[in-house]
Design a protein. Structure first.
Length: 155
C-alpha cells in the first residue's frame, strides 16, 4: 500500500511540474497591457461597439474574412459570455498565475495561420465575487510581433 501511495505522490508531483506554472510576477508587460485593453473593450456596454474595440486586440483567426468583425461563432458564444461576465473581473487586471501551453506552436488556418506560443493568463475576479480566476489565452507570435488574444471563452 505504501508503494502505491508513494507512486501516486510522484505522479502528482511530475504532473504539476510538467505544465510550466508561472507566478503572476512572471507576466510580460505587453501581455498585461493587452489584458487591460481587452477588459476595457469588454466593459463597453454596447455589444457591437465592444466587439469593434476588440478587433485590434484579437488574433486574426478570431475575425471574419473581411477583418471588420469577430467571427459569427465567436460573437454568438465566447464573446457573448466574456462581454456579459467582464464586470465581475478586477480592473486593472490582476493576474494570479500564468500557464505556458507548449502543446501548440501555431494558431489559425490558411491566411490566418501564424507560428508562435500560447500562454494562459489567469485573471482575478473582483473582491467579493465568487469563482475562480479565468484563463485568457494570449498568442505570442514567433516573429516578435505584438501579442494577441487567442481565446476568451472562459471569462
Amino acid at each position: 500500500m505504501s508503494k502505491f501511495l508513494l507512486t501516486c505522490f510522484f505522479c502528482l508531483c511530475f504532473a504539476s511540474f510538467s505544465h510550466a506554472q508561472l507566478t503572476a510576477k512572471d507576466t510580460e508587460p505587453k501581455a498585461m497591457e493587452l489584458l487591460n485593453k481587452f477588459l476595457e473593450a469588454l466593459l463597453i456596454e454596447d455589444a457591437d461597439a465592444s466587439a469593434k474595440a476588440l478587433l485590434p486586440l484579437v488574433h486574426k483567426s478570431l475575425m471574419n474574412d473581411n477583418g471588420d468583425d469577430l467571427t459569427r461563432d465567436l460573437r454568438s458564444f465566447s464573446f457573448k459570455k466574456a462581454h456579459g461576465n467582464a464586470r465581475f473581473y478586477q480592473s486593472p487586471v490582476r493576474v494570479t498565475r500564468v500557464r505556458k501551453t507548449d502543446s501548440r506552436t501555431a494558431i489559425g488556418y490558411g491566411d490566418s495561420a501564424e507560428k508562435g506560443r500560447i500562454e494562459d493568463y489567469f485573471i482575478a475576479k473582483k473582491q467579493g465575487v465568487n469563482g475562480m480566476p479565468a484563463p485568457v489565452q494570449i498568442f505570442f507570435p514567433a516573429n516578435g510581433g505584438e501579442p494577441k488574444i487567442a481565446y476568451m471563452g472562459s471569462l
